[in-house]
Design a protein around this ligand. Structure first.
Ligand code: FAD
Length: 297
């Protein structure tokens, strides 16, 4: 979902002290160097990291190429730092690599990114997108998996087809991130009632944990963190927890301290303002949860 706001007003709001404070909590910096400093700090504290560049979606070939080159350089910087060995991932958006311009272009760019990531021992997960481009994005991910079988894929529980996807995509060693999903509607595509989403999330998590894939649970919800821990114990198999930077940091610490794998998602870039407002617009209750996190820090 895109947030439309007059650019002058948006700029003024983004310069306010509160906006900057919120951004400092949820965004790892305006450039890759600042994000890497934050990432080193997290890895030294026992967390794994997933860097996510916040770029506006390219509207032409040249912009998409520049975004791809920037991402490849960022991956090389991660690969050059031994601290990240086995701990770093990038979460990529196909829209940011040119999917809104052309599907083949986005696939070509995603292949380049996966190759550079492989050369630099950095993992890649492809974020799942909104209903307008989900199917095209999904086809590209399937193509990528042919050559880059360790590419992480995302299932949004809220989609009607989420359980079918769990069954179709599960494969030995395949990295699958399960999240509730950031995109609401249309009704024909996603579940609308939060209770239905939660029931589906639980069903997907159980199905993934009894299947052959490597499971990554992206949620701050205490109910699902508890269910994840319970399934790990009863099935005697691991699970990677994932949360966004700045959200439930004490819980992130607790999970690391008891020996679980916890990956923190670190968005960075000049487009931080749109990222923060998107999180709030998609789920207005986040404004209170964000406030709670500021107190919890
Ligand atoms: P919610 O339903 O938002 O909240 C449930 C409960 O969690 C709350 O009642 C509260 O107890 C707790 N909680 C939530 N937020 C806070 C907070 N700020 N402070 C304190 N407690 C809180 N979506 C996609 O569509 N595609 C993707 O590729 C994608 N990738 C993601 C990757 C990661 C690492 C994460 C963490 C999320 C990703 N998402 C993605 C977003 C995801 O789909 C949800 O929109 C988002 O995580 C909110 O859902 P939730 O499970 O955290 O719980």
């Amino acid at each position: 979902m895109h947030v439309a706001m007059d650019p002058t007003i948006a700029y003024k709001v983004s310069q306010s002290r509160l906006a900057r404070e919120i951004a400092a909590t949820y965004v790892a910096g305006e450039d890759v160097d600042s994000a890497i400093v934050k990432a080193v700090d997290q890895v030294c504290k026992g967390l794994d990291v997933s860097l996510h560049p916040l770029d506006p979606d390219p509207v032409d070939l040249a912009q998409a190429r520049r975004a791809t080159v920037r991402l490849c350089r960022a991956i090389e910087s991660l690969g050059a730092n031994p601290v990240f060995d086995g701990h770093a991932e990038v979460s990529i958006s196909l829209a940011a690599l040119g999917l809104r311009v052309d599907d083949d272009l986005a696939l070509d760019h995603a292949r380049q990114v996966c190759q550079v990531a492989r050369d630099n021992h950095v993992a890649v997960t492809v974020d799942d997108e909104g209903p307008d481009i989900h199917d095209r994005s999904h086809r590209i991910v399937m193509d990528l998996l042919d050559d880059y079988e360790d590419t992480g894929i995302v299932i949004q529980a809220a989609r009607h087809d989420s359980l079918t996807q769990v069954r179709q995509l599960a494969a030995p060693g395949r990295r699958i991130r399960l999240c509730k999903g950031s995109y609401t509607g249309p009704r024909s595509v996603t579940l609308i009632r939060p209770h239905d989403v939660d029931l589906r999330m639980a069903a997907c998590l159980r199905a993934l944990m009894t299947g052959p894939s490597t499971v990554m649970l992206a949620s701050h919800d205490p109910v699902f963190v508890a269910l994840g821990e319970q399934l790990m114990a009863s099935l005697d198999r691991p699970l990677e927890f994932q949360m966004l930077q700045g959200i439930r940091p004490l819980e992130q610490r607790r999970l690391v301290d008891i020996g679980h794998r916890m990956r923190v998602y670190l968005p960075y870039g000049h487009d931080w303002y749109r990222y923060c407002t998107r999180r709030i617009v998609e789920r207005p209750s986040n404004i209170w949860l964000f406030g709670r996190s500021l107190v919890e820090r």
